[in-house]
Ligand binder design. Structure first.
Ligand code: UDP
Length: 473
């Protein structure tokens, strides 16, 4: 019998690559050969994930015939990064198609939420396409619902203070939606139709587990999120998180080895999170005054804080942090430049809480490590995740003032101390421990996520006729 083979297509960004690589490993465990098709030459970080997963085959697609990356808006001005990204991914359809045609056989194409235009490639080749949604099911519920409204709402109608009753999630103000949907008309017009394409796929693999998001999943499965249109099967196959287990001699881990159990608050803001110098100073003073042990990943500020695509310099800590801070916190605090082995840090016995930007990978990594969260959302869907984490999952508290220009040092001090030391935060720790167990159970033999993946493979087989005999013609 021909070997079964799927192609995974994560699009751009670490937060989208990480869960796709983990998904690749699940396919391999089930005896399905898999190739991760990458766009653009991988950066150092992408290479890191590739090198950490030698069993997974990666293929870097060649650039598109007509590069669209540095494209411009319809008005001749430079388009916003998200719009550029969607245009670029659209232009990658041709190289993706050529690559698929070069393979002897393929059973399915699995695409990221931003790669919806690749549905056309699948349709052209008669190849089944499934979506892989790398964020929360609650985000999916909101995005599908927004997409269903795209003809009835106009840009600007969603003013910040409006509360939109999205099915399956707690009510929240429009200001918690991804900023580009709210404040950028071109992005609004590009992103909503992209979300609207998700239901065109044959099924949606979501990196979550059933018991974490029961309300959102019921709304999705009951078809409440996209009225008038069938939602394809939803398979909750997570939490799929990076395995960690990297360099034991890493500076952070060696430093944590010398700290008492559950004593360190870890601050890390995803692969792209940055703060301006003033905010970094306020965080530093807050940490110093909190008298807690801390491990803090610091990045260089961006010139344009709204341009996540801007390449970052190595931070000059002496120039960015207040004079005397390093000496004053020596022994109980460690600042690392740009990147820490986050999964290993979260699982270290010395780590006791996580100040996070609420990226979904970070959230799942915290859940699987049993860490309570102090939420400081920054970009993309993170403000929504903050709502779900605090109100629905009861796994964290929000950093007061995250939606204002600056969070003051005294707020950082009080919140960090509360989450690390107060009796009130005991409930969070208990909840974190319970969710850690629930996540492990979902992935275990007989667990919901494992069963969902088996069901997905079965459905794929049924839709393909005979899995393994499918060929692109
Ligand atoms: N990450 C890391 N070290 C860092 C910062 C981030 O290993 O110092 C990893 C983190 O563990 C996660 C990913 O980068 O797997 C970030 O994904 P997430 O969805 O949390 O946020 P995004 O970067 O997409 O905003």
């Amino acid at each position: 019998m021909t070997e079964r083979n799927v192609v995974l297509y994560p699009g751009l960004g670490v937060g989208h690559l990480v869960p796709m690589v983990e998904l690749a490993k699940v396919f391999l465990q089930h005896g399905v050969a898999v190739t991760v098709a990458l766009v653009e030459t991988p950066s150092e970080t992408l290479e890191f994930y590739a090198a950490s997963n030698p069993a997974v085959t990666f293929h870097v697609l060649p650039p598109p015939p007509t590069p669209a990356h540095a494209g411009s808006g319809s008005d001749g001005k430079s388009a916003k990064p998200i719009v550029q990204m969607l245009k670029f991914l659209h232009s990658m359809n041709a190289p993706l198609r050529d690559f698929l045609l070069s393979l002897p056989s393929v059973d399915a194409l699995i695409i990221d939420m931003f790669c919806g235009d690749a549905l056309d490639v699948g349709a052209g080749l008669g190849l089944p396409v499934y979506s892989s949604f790398p964020s929360a099911a609650s985000d999916l519920a909101v995005f599908l619902n927004l997409a269903s409204m795209q003809d009835s709402i106009s840009f600007g109608e969603l003013s910040d203070s409006i509360i939109i009753p999205f099915p399956g999630v707690p009510p929240f103000k429009a200001s918690e939606l991804p900023p580009n949907i709210l404040h950028d008309e071109e992005a609004f017009r590009c992103v909503l139709p992209m979300f609207g394409r998700i239901p065109e796929s044959k099924g949606i693999l979501v990196n979550t587990f059933d018991s974490l998001e029961t309300r959102a999943l019921s709304a999705l499965r009951d078809g409440l999120c996209f009225p008038g249109r069938a939602t394809p099967p939803i398979y909750c196959i997570g939490p799929l998180v990076f395995g960690g287990g990297g360099d034991k001699h890493d500076e952070c881990l060696r430093w944590l080895d010398a700290q008492p159990d559950n004593s360190v608050v870890f601050l890390s803001f995803g692969s792209m999170g940055t703060f301006g110098k003033k905010q970094l100073e306020e965080i530093a003073i807050g940490l110093q005054k909190s008298e807690q042990r801390f491990l803090w990943v610091v990045r260089s500020p961006r010139v344009d804080e709204n341009n996540l695509a801007e390449p970052l310099q190595v931070p000059d800590l002496d120039a960015l942090l207040p004079a005397g801070f390093t000496e004053a916190t020596s022994g109980r605090g460690l600042v690392v430049k740009s990147w820490a082995p986050q999964v290993d840090v979260l699982r270290h016995r010395a780590t006791g809480a996580f100040v996070t930007h609420c990226g979904w990978n970070s959230t799942l990594e915290a859940i699987t490590a049993g860490q309570p969260l102090l939420c400081w959302p920054l970009y993309a869907e993170q403000r929504m995740n903050n709502v779900f984490i605090v109100e629905e999952m009861k796994l964290g508290v929000a950093m007061d003032g995250y939606d204002e220009e600056i969070v003051k040092a005294e707020v950082v001090e009080a919140k960090v101390r509360w989450v690390m030391q107060s009796e009130g935060s005991e409930a969070l720790r208990e909840r974190a421990a319970a969710l850690k167990d629930a996540a492990a159970e979902a992935l275990d033999e007989g667990g919901t996520s494992r069963a969902a993946f088996v069901k997905f493979l079965h459905d794929l087989q049924t839709s393909n006729g005979m899995i393994g005999t499918y060929k692109i013609r």
